[in-house]
Design a protein around this ligand. Structure first.
Ligand code: GTP
Ligand code: MG
Length: 295
């Protein structure tokens, strides 16, 4: 048996979480069109006859990080780069920013081999235009390999898995055979609610909120859960609830449907909205909401 760990890093919004989900064949990590969707290290496991790969999806490494929450996210991403067998640097085909450059710098101190994933190649209808892009990227540093792919369409994802499997050291499995997701259902419920909020709310509001699962109970085929959406100010609470509760209802329905499909249970989901002033820059509140790298 072969087994090992692979960290997936890159700036926000390049498709790291989409890639994790495509690699393990199910939704483990939430995905949204806005940057800074992922806030924690998320583990997903690929099982094959020849071995096992534990992937670690990470928050997008970003600058403009004034609050303690941003620092937590960047630290969570950086710290995952050590003690892995391979690091994957995910970039977006045809789009290189200062934040990509900063990730490239950060990777200099990483001892594990670094593979470059050039994602979103589906955006290039003319594949000939992709060649100069790949050429430029290949000259940036020494890469263990370069894999152009589309996490969205699934193109070359299997080839990437093969490449990684061939690089995993010999060793016993790290996870039981039937476990694909590294976290528990309470976390999944909170993340799904947060994903719907990321997708539905405009601009800055998603960055001012966090979601906590307060209660979870299984009664036969019924899964009962209560979550709290914490915002920073009263005005934000009004927007999250929406006119006559319309926004909250939409969020709740979308999250519940997905949970039902995922678990095969009937789901009863209650959502509250509460205010915790300044929580994004308050170490004690952060720790309480699960943003704690020491815990
Ligand atoms: N066209 C295209 N879009 C993609 C592809 N992969 C991901 N996306 C889209 O890119 C956006 C960001 O995807 P995520 O997987 O959340 O990106 P991420 O790197 O995890 O982002 P953070 O968690 O914010 O760091 C979403 O709208 C995805 O649907 C791809 O291969 N092609
Ligand atoms: Mg992500």
């Amino acid at each position: 048996m072969h087994s090992g760990m692979v960290a997936i890093v890159g700036r926000p919004n390049v498709g790291k979480s989409s890639l994790l989900n495509a690699l393990v064949g199910r939704k483990v990590s939430i995905v949204a069109p806005k940057p800074q969707t992922t806030r924690h290290r998320i583990q997903g496991v690929l099982h094959r006859a020849e071995g096992q790969i534990v992937f670690i999806d990470t928050p997008g490494l970003h600058r403009a990080a004034p609050r303690a929450l941003n620092k937590y996210m960047n630290d969570a991403a950086s710290s995952s780069l050590y003690d892995v067998d391979v690091a994957l640097f995910v970039v977006e085909a045809g789009r290189w920013t200062d934040e990509d450059q900063a990730v490239l710098e950060r990777l200099k101190s990483v001892t594990a081999p670094v593979g470059l994933v050039v994602n979103k190649v589906d955006k290039f209808s003319d594949k000939a235009k992709l060649l100069p892009v790949l050429e430029k990227l290949s000259a940036l540093r020494e890469w263990a390999f370069i894999m152009p792919l589309s996490a969205l369409k699934g193109a070359n994802v299997n080839q990437l898995a093969n490449e990684l499997m061939s690089r995993m050291p010999e060793g016993p499995p790290l996870y039981p055979e039937d476990q694909v997701v590294g976290h528990d259902l309470r976390f999944t419920i909170a993340e799904l609610v947060r994903e719907k909020l990321m997708r539905s709310l405009a601009q800055e509001l998603p960055y001012a909120l966090t979601v906590e699962t307060e209660m979870m109970e299984q009664e036969g085929n019924l899964l009962k859960a209560a979550t709290v959406i914490w915002v920073e100010r009263d005005g934000q609470k009004k927007i999250v609830i929406g006119e006559d509760g319309s926004m909250l209802k939409r969020i709740g329905t979308a999250a519940r449907r997905e949970l039902e499909a995922m678990t095969g249970h009937k789901v009863f989901l209650k959502i509250w909205v509460r205010v915790k002033e300044g929580w994004t820059d308050d170490p004690r509140a952060l720790s309480r909401f699960g943003y704690d790298n020491n815990g």
